[in-house]
Ligand binder design. Structure first.
Ligand SMILES: O=C1O[C@H](COP(=O)(O)O)[C@@H](O)[C@H](O)[C@H]1O
Length: 237
């Protein structure tokens, strides 16, 4: 099955690539162009990326795009509550694969805070994110359970995280697998992005996307909250 066979809402556009390398390159070129446009309009650009296993090739290609990185702010859609040195840190992933070469000139705003509790860390990150300029480009991923960012089905704070008008920018969340403790930007903040791109690979993620399109309750599959608004999906088999 291919993404062209899905019944997508009119606001959702699909870009299909032959393989993961072409997807990473195509996504990097498109994101860089969107950042350049934002810089032309506002003098600066803000990029929010996701973590997990799949974005490494995209990060490496994006780092090599010709851009005035000194005018780019980079932040995260979500984070595992671990220090940057930890193997599961999304900030560590970004530092290792994106903020390299010229891209090291970008300003990074991370979510991790070494607080006494996950809740306190989320409150501190929430305050820090008040300084984040409006998001120009958001790159989301999606888990096999339909989570995006760290908006996980079944997590205690999910209802608040999905509220379109939540007062919070960052919430503590619990993932069903290790590491359990997460920090996530809320739907309200994520939905404010100028452009939202969803990067997914493989038949498993396509099946998840099809299941998400077949229902309308974001509490069961949080990615649904982002399928109702303008969205560009980047997919390869
Ligand atoms: O845990 C996470 O998973 C999703 C999906 O990751 P992937 O490696 O399967 O693409 C990711 O979007 C999220 O940021 C991450 O924390």
């Amino acid at each position: 099955m291919a993404i062209s066979e899905l019944q997508l809402p009119a606001s959702v556009t699909a870009h299909e690539f032959a393989d993961a390398a072409r997807l990473a390159e195509g996504l990097a070129v498109d994101v860089a162009q969107r950042l350049r446009t934002a810089m032309d309009e506002n003098g600066q650009a803000t990029l929010v990326v996701s973590g997990g296993r799949s974005p490494v090739a995209f990060f490496q290609r994006l780092a090599r795009q010709p851009l005035d990185w000194s005018r780019v702010v980079v932040s995260l859609a979500d984070e595992r509550w671990v220090p940057v040195e930890h193997a599961d840190s999304n900030a560590g992933l970004v530092a290792q694969h994106l903020l390299q070469g010229e891209a090291a000139k970008a300003r990074f705003v991370g979510l991790y805070r070494p607080a006494a509790s996950l809740e306190a860390a989320a409150e501190q990150a929430d305050q820090a994110l008040a300084q984040l300029p409006p998001i120009d480009v958001l790159v989301l991923g999606m888990g096999d359970d339909g989570h995006t960012a760290s908006l996980f089905p079944g997590s205690p704070n999910l209802a608040e995280g999905l509220q379109a008008q939540s007062q919070r920018r960052v919430l503590p969340m619990l993932a069903p697998s290790v590491p359990h403790q997460r920090l996530t930007l809320t739907r309200r903040v994520l939905a404010g992005a100028g452009a939202t791109l969803l990067s997914v690979q493989g038949p498993g993620k396509l099946a998840t996307l099809r299941a998400a399109l077949g229902g309308d309750d974001p509490a069961q599959m949080p990615i649904r909250a982002f399928l109702q608004d303008p969205l560009e999906i980047y997919w390869c088999p």
